[in-house]
Write a new protein. Structure first.
Length: 256
């Protein structure tokens, strides 16, 4: 099982951190690539099946996740506004919280203890950008804490990353509720401790290695690189297939 499978099988929250240029956004792209190669990539149904996935993407910097937004499994994509504030991202996270609440209601009605349909991934590429405004920080922290606490049973996994791990950018409530943490190369042992509770990540090579904290255990892992060209080819193939399926359904559906 690869590191990306380990991360996607985690419960609650996944926190990915590393210094600028250490490959944090590359890892997030690799995780999304693993999602589209593991789960069905067509239009998900309302309850769905365990082999279906739904993506919600929050892209404060407007460039890291933009290429994924046209996939049929992406049900929400939000960026910063022109003032680099984030009302649309807060609305997106609220949308995921409403979905979580609906899932709990369905679970109650059907006697399920855990969601038995599609899996939801909420991906936030740079969480530190959301912590610059005091009002946004308070609401955002409350949102993420609620999702981390209650998302497990509803089959909702939150993946968030930062290049700036600190008490100011990563509140304690979010730290505590991240059950899986991947620490790439950091600028200092202090940043390493912020992520994995121990020094060492500052001595990692710039690319290819990381410390994974999972189930209370820290281990050194290989972090495979997935080329951008391979990711772009996979995205374009899925989009073409989806367009072709829609055209086929529109033409032959009318004949029936």
């Amino acid at each position: 099982m690869s590191i990306y499978e380990d991360i996607l099988n985690a419960d609650g929250g996944v926190f990915i951190s590393g210094a600028t240029g250490s490959g944090k956004s590359t890892v997030i792209s690799a995780l999304l690539s693993k999602v589209i190669s593991t789960y069905k990539v067509g239009e998900p149904t309302e309850i769905g099946k365990p082999d279906e996935a739904i993506l919600y993407l929050a892209d404060p910097k407007k460039v890291e996740l933009a290429r994924w937004r046209f996939l049929p499994i992406v049900k929400g994509y939000a960026q910063s506004d022109e003032d680099f504030k984030h009302p649309d991202i807060l609305k997106l996270v609220d949308k995921v919280i409403r979905l979580m609440s609906w899932r709990y209601e369905v679970m109650h009605q059907r006697g399920w203890r855990k969601w038995q349909g599609s899996k939801v991934f909420l991906v936030i590429d740079e969480i530190a950008d959301m912590m610059l405004c005091a009002d946004e920080k308070k609401k955002f922290t409350e949102q993420l804490t609620r999702l981390c606490n209650m998302g497990r049973a509803a089959s909702i996994l939150m993946i968030y990353g930062t290049q700036s791990p600190s008490r100011e950018t990563i509140p304690g409530a979010i730290q505590l509720n991240a059950t899986c943490k991947l620490c790439l190369h950091t600028m200092s042992p202090i940043e390493s401790r912020m992520v994995i509770q121990q020094a060492g990540a500052e001595r990692l090579p710039r690319y290819g290695k990381g410390y994974l904290l999972l189930d209370g255990e820290v281990k050194l892992v290989d972090v495979p690189y997935v080329p951008d060209e391979q990711i772009d080819d996979a995205i374009h193939a899925i989009i073409r297939q989806n367009v072709a399926s829609r055209i086929f359904g529109a033409v032959f559906g009318r004949r029936n």
